[in-house]
Design a protein around this ligand. Structure first.
Ligand SMILES: Cc1cc2nc3c(=O)[nH]c(=O)nc-3n(C[C@H](O)[C@H](O)[C@H](O)COP(=O)(O)OP(=O)(O)OC[C@H]3O[C@@H](n4cnc5c(N)ncnc54)[C@H](O)[C@@H]3O)c2cc1C
Length: 443
């Protein structure tokens, strides 16, 4: 048994971890009493944990199978990371079409969580760039799933949390880019109404947008913060100094948090200092930013999750529909800032419409994600928020979730029944399991 954890490191569990080097090894590694695929472990909670049972670490299945330089169509094994794709293809003018806020994620993980990025309102979720995939299902077959072939398995796999089989290979489309730089603009908002107006206005014109709210602002200033909007910079738009190497790629940063910081380093004072620094950096953001700074600011510091201390941390991300969304969002933010917990990093965005995948998280509305170090009373807060989100017709993101119960989950994900039918069809004996799956009664 090997002890593993999610990115938030609130629970460490012993799992029977295997790390195959070739897809041919996979069928023999399936255990009927519970098996789960795992990528780079960037899900915050227990999505990639399977206590006491088999976990198949897919990260050595990281080969490219084929690439078409005319169309950007890439077929690769599911353990290929976005970091590798950027390193190998960005210098040739191709970038991942959809990317979350870290590049240290695998293609399998991006499918299982149907990840979204800063451009959801304009570009949708990860499924939009996936043409097909090969899945090792419970009866031992490797089947191809696409919009035309085994379409039920295809759609249920996006947001399916790895519970339908092992994703072995996928064909995805990369985005052609002239540069690895972004032109960006920041807008300082004085309160929530101002921020939401600015987000709505800029979503119509900017494909990428994301806001940071000051978690210490209350009362009339609640929702004050900085909105950053942007788009890929063309070669002609780049300043002369950057034109010499427009497709520059940087290696991963060398800065690493060396060990778990003691809990006493996290207190209202550090929260104030961290948030003041963030605000200063965001306000000063220049007109051009490299993709590393624009998409992946946190990737610059290795193992930054250790900074939250021994008890770990959670990220709580919800979406609430636009109808009555402003009032609901205000109530949720008031609950968060008055709860006596320590709210750290956060992100506010507008999502575009939901897609056809039964358990995909995004839906038209406001989404907010916020980190909390684990302290006494945190689950009381998340329980209260879960109820408010469900009452508003919203939902929370399973890729970040740690504590949601099966009952509120059922209220949030209305197409769960259809997903469970697909699960019963492809995995009738419940071979694919996870801690998250057991907690939410998905397996
Ligand atoms: C700093 C940071 C920023 C983030 N920003 C965003 C964001 O902006 N948007 C967003 O959507 N998410 C975001 N995330 C979450 C992250 O994108 C997802 O959790 C993603 O799924 C992690 O990929 P992974 O390879 O680490 O998968 P893991 O965390 O290892 O696994 C995630 C799920 O995928 C399944 N899985 C993995 N590989 C396979 C496979 N080959 N076959 C079957 N199932 C598999 C696992 O069973 C598990 O259910 C962020 C995470 C971090 C740490």
């Amino acid at each position: 048994m090997t002890t593993i954890w999610g990115w938030g490191a609130q629970r460490r569990v012993d799992c029977d971890v295997r790390t195959p080097a070739t897809p041919a090894e996979l069928p023999r590694l399936i255990r009927r009493e519970g098996t789960l695929g795992r990528g780079l472990g960037r899900s915050y909670g227990d999505a990639a944990l399977n206590e006491g049972r088999r976990v198949i670490d897919m990260t050595r299945l990281d080969r490219y199978v084929s690439f078409d330089p005319q169309t950007g169509r890439l077929t690769c094994e599911a353990g290929v990371s976005l970091e590798a794709i950027i390193r190998d293809f960005a210098p040739r003018g191709w970038f991942p079409a959809i990317t979350p806020g870290t590049k240290f994620v695998t293609i399998g993980g991006c499918i299982a969580n149907d990840v979204h990025g800063k451009a959801h309102h304009a570009q949708g979720t990860f499924v939009t760039c996936v043409e097909s995939m090969k899945v090792l299902v419970a009866d031992g077959r490797i089947v191809t799933a696409s919009r035309d072939q085994h379409a039920d398995l295809f759609w249920a796999s996006f947001g399916g949390m790895g519970l339908l089989g092992l994703i072995v290979e996928a064909t995805i489309r990369l985005r052609r880019v002239e540069t690895t730089y972004f032109k960006q603009k920041t807008i300082v908002a004085k309160d929530l109404e101002h921020m939401l107006d600015a987000l709505a206005e800029h979503d119509a014109t900017s494909p990428y947008s994301v806001a940071w709210l000051d978690p210490m602002a209350t009362g009339a200033k609640l929702g004050k913060g900085v909105l950053t909007v942007g788009d890929h910079a063309s070669l002609a738009e780049l300043p002369a100094g950057l034109q010499a190497e427009p497709l520059r790629v940087f290696p991963p940063g060398k800065l690493v948090v060396p060990f778990q910081l003691p809990e006493l380093t996290l207190n209202p004072l550090t929260m104030r200092v961290v948030n003041t620094v963030i605000e200063g950096v965001l306000r000063k953001g220049g007109a051009f930013n490299h993709a590393e700074g624009f998409f992946y600011p946190l990737d610059a510091i290795g193992d930054w999750n250790r900074g939250y201390g021994k008890r770990g941390f959670i990220q709580y991300q919800f979406v609430v529909p636009f109808d009555d969304g402003r009032a609901v969002l205000r109530r949720l933010l008031e609950t968060i800032v008055s709860a006596g917990q320590l709210p750290f990093l956060n992100v506010l965005k507008r999502f575009g419409p939901a897609n056809e995948a039964h358990l995909s998280f995004p839906m038209a509305g406001y989404t907010f994600a916020i980190d909390f170090p684990v302290r006494d009373g945190l689950t009381d807060l998340t329980g209260r928020l879960d109820g408010m989100v469900a009452d508003a017709g919203g939902r929370i993101y399973l890729g970040k979730d740690s504590f949601l119960g099966a009952a509120p989950f059922k209220r949030m994900y209305r197409r769960l029944g259809e997903w469970l039918e697909v699960k019963r069809k492809w995995d009738p004996d419940g071979v694919f399991t996870s801690d998250l799956g057991r907690r939410l009664e998905l397996c």
